[in-house]
Design a protein around this ligand. Structure first.
Ligand code: ZN
Length: 395
């Protein structure tokens, strides 16, 4: 059955589409936008007038002429409004305030300990509210104030309903997080899996249409971008590669299965490899956000630390080989706390890729993520879900 759309709805859809083109590809002229979108010049001019009136778009000067008058260039107005982004990991919570262009203007890292139910859902909510309030008051005055907040979570979430299904290492299930937080803030709140936030952020920064982001921290999560869109799967839970089995009779995982990849390629695994090297790691450091940076510093002097990173790299490489054989991406990006140890584990990852992958997958480049990539992706969620017509939107 063909769906009919009324003129007002169509205008809204086109307006979001034009905003998205300027957001992703600006500065652009009205003619550029007409050529990219296929909309006629009069429609584009009228939509751009609306966006300028809304303060979302600025005219920033003239582009080069192809013979006629120089075209006026349009760019997203970075200070039209602000976004809050939060990245909840097991040992720490990162909160940022960004402008519309994604530039971070405030950042806080708060150590937390929510391993294995260390924090209740209510306690975690209270910390979230506190951190988000601190970020909100840092927003300079602007036309649209705070557009919204986005929260990246380490587990299975339903981004369209705003609820958590299961966060394995935090031991929280069935959490209506957006419902709980919305009562405390006047702006909309969105959530997504941390791997998806990282993948989207890296896609936007690199403009590579087929990539896999691997977030290596206490656990291992991934996000997949296929043909310039996040791949979510039939029920929105694609990318749980951290729980693919790499050892049939292997270690018990927090998810209940045995031999999951994250048991061999995460911070927990690094600690085990250090124990096997007979290195003592203090209890405080085990659950600290600084574990990897301390281990990297010690690896300069101690071969045992170097070896622990190398073993981790071998297992990281086994998992990445499986992923590239399945998806044949253009790029794999490694992020999360473990990225700090790249100089020690990356050669092992590349060696595993050469030995275990098929054909051109042997040579898929491996990059290290930009700093703050997950929390930046989280901060983009409100823009994607309110003013853009984006693959991240819930419809
Ligand atoms: Zn598992």
């Amino acid at each position: 059955m063909t769906k009919t759309v009324d003129a007002a709805t169509m205008r809204q859809i086109n307006k979001k589409y034009v905003t998205e083109i300027i957001y992703n590809q600006g500065p652009l002229s009205r003619i550029d936008i007409s050529q990219i979108t296929g909309l006629n010049k009069a429609t584009v001019s009228s939509l751009v007038d609306d966006l300028i009136a809304d303060d979302f778009v600025n005219e920033i000067g003239f582009g080069t002429s192809n013979g006629g008058r120089k075209p006026v260039l349009l760019q997203l107005n970075a200070s039209a409004g602000y976004c809050i982004g939060v990245d909840i990991q097991i040992t720490h919570m990162t909160t940022v305030l960004t402008d519309m262009s994604g530039s971070i203007i405030y950042k806080s890292i708060r150590p937390i300990d929510c391993a294995d139910g260390g924090l209740t859902q209510t306690e975690l909510e209270e910390i979230l509210i506190d951190e988000m309030n601190h970020a909100a008051v840092k927003a300079p005055p602007s036309r649209h104030s705070i557009i919204g907040a986005g929260i990246a979570l380490p587990g299975i979430v339903n981004f369209s309903t705003g609820s958590v299904f299961y966060l394995p290492n935090i031991e929280i299930r069935d959490w209506d997080i957006c419902g709980a937080l919305t009562k405390h803030f006047p702006f909309p709140i969105f959530i997504d899996n941390d791997g998806n936030c990282g993948a989207w952020s890296e896609y936007r920064l690199r403009q590579i249409n087929n990539l896999v982001f691997v977030n290596v921290g206490i656990g291992v999560g991934t996000g997949i971008v296929v043909n310039g869109q996040l791949y979510r799967g039939a029920h929105g839970i694609a990318g749980e590669f951290g729980h693919m089995t790499i050892s049939a009779m292997g270690l018990l995982c927090a998810c209940g299965n045995y031999g999951c990849w994250e048991q061999y390629a995460s911070e927990q695994a690094l600690l085990r490899y250090l124990q096997e090297e007979e290195e003592e790691v203090s209890e405080a450091l085990k659950l600290s956000p600084n574990l990897v940076s301390v281990a990297v510093a010690r690896a300069i002097e101690k071969p045992s630390y170097k070896r622990a990173f190398q073993v981790l790299g071998q297992y990281l490489g086994i998992g990445i080989s499986n992923i590239v054989n399945a998806l044949n991406p253009e790029l794999v990006v490694i992020g999360g706390t473990m990225a700090l140890g790249a100089e020690y584990f990356l050669p092992e990852v590349q060696s595993a890729l050469r030995n275990r992958s098929m054909a051109s997958n042997k040579y898929v480049p491996i990059a290290i993520a930009h700093g703050d990539t997950i929390v930046s992706g989280a901060a983009q969620l409100p823009i994607s879900n309110t003013i853009l017509q984006s693959p991240l939107s819930a419809t």
